[in-house]
Design a protein. Structure first.
Length: 329
């Protein structure tokens, strides 16, 4: 390894990057001193290539950096300099994959790809939206919020393409200035990416096993709800609505279990799934635990791993849960 400079935070690594050099781009490759991480900063000078060509350059440069040292994670950042004489400190940040996505290499997963900020899930090139965006570009809050919601709903897998389209239309009617075309294009690209990913899934997934476990619990008088709102409070409210519906007999359910959307997000990130449970009409620990045991047994009967201490105070975990729910037709 040939270091050209040193600082208290990082050390620059001298390495040729022909894919960038051929088009006059500059590259900084550095290893951070306080954490096992490489950064690759690519500076395009003057005119910036279109997204496909830019992506190709970034990936080729990343491949060279990975070949140099594939033991640590690599983050790729992209910038623009007005001209060859522009100081790097006066750079303009580019977001070729959208403001919330970035190119990286995960050393543990041995994968180079596009990842959403704050998650461990690779989202793929198919989810890139439109032309390159700069840090100064602005997406209105309503559009940005809807983009995030649409992405989550698609990967959660409970909503069909028609459901997603209806949601976009309803949101457009309620929010002035929403960029409907952008959101629909993003939804189509994300659905395409997910369908391609689904082709590599096993015939039976953990989500199929979870469905059967919840069906069994329904037969055992447990109100079992999937993706019940965004929080625990939402889940409790959803359970209350179901058991108190006019067409539901008073003695139909004796207990409940559910998980919410944030739980699904954790499962998508490889952190397992957590389920809440309880006994209807009683706060006695032994009654609550009895429902928890039914839930745990139903999950195990379908081949899912269960992590639970057998108490009424702790939610039931499915630590090995792989969230692979196919988009309904």
């Amino acid at each position: 390894m040939n270091d050209v400079t040193r600082s208290s935070l990082y050390r620059l690594i001298e390495l040729p990057f022909p894919p960038a050099e051929r088009i006059g781009a500059r590259v900084e490759f550095m290893r951070w001193n306080n954490q096992p991480l490489h950064s690759l900063n690519v500076y395009f000078v003057g005119e910036v290539p279109e997204t496909p060509a830019l992506d190709r350059v970034l990936r080729e440069c990343a491949a060279l950096a990975i070949a140099h040292d594939d033991r640590v994670n690599l983050y790729v950042s992209t910038y623009r300099l007005a001209d060859a004489g522009t100081d790097m400190a006066r750079r303009e940040t580019l977001n070729p994959y959208g403001r919330d996505n970035f190119l990286c290499f995960d050393a543990q997963m041995r994968q180079l790809g596009i990842r959403r900020v704050g998650t461990k899930r690779f989202v793929g090139q198919a989810e890139v939206i439109g032309p390159i965006a700069t840090a100064q570009d602005h997406i209105d809050d309503a559009t940005e919020d809807l983009l995030g919601l649409v992405e989550d709903l698609i990967w959660h897998g409970f909503d069909s393409a028609a459901d997603i389209d209806a949601l976009i239309e309803q949101s457009a009617a309620a929010a002035e200035g929403l960029d409907v075309a952008q959101v629909k294009a993003f939804a189509a690209a994300t659905l395409e990416k997910k369908r391609a990913t689904e082709a590599g899934w096993p015939a039976e997934t953990d989500c199929d096993r979870l469905d059967r476990a919840f069906e069994q619990l329904q037969q055992q008088r447990v109100c079992a709800l999937q993706c019940a709102g965004d929080t625990l409070d939402d889940g409790y409210e959803a359970v209350s609505e179901v058991i108190n519906a006019d067409d539901v007999p008073e003695d139909r359910y004796m207990g409940y279990c559910f998980f919410h959307r944030q739980d699904v997000d954790h499962a998508l990130d490889g952190e397992g799934l957590l389920l809440a449970f309880g006994y209807l009409g009683s706060d006695e620990p032994q009654d609550i635990v009895a429902v928890g045991q039914l839930v745990a047994d139903a999950l195990r009967a379908q081949g899912l791993t269960v992590e639970w201490d057998g108490s009424a105070k702790r939610r039931i975990g499915v630590p090995g849960m792989r969230w692979q729910r196919r988009t309904p037709t």
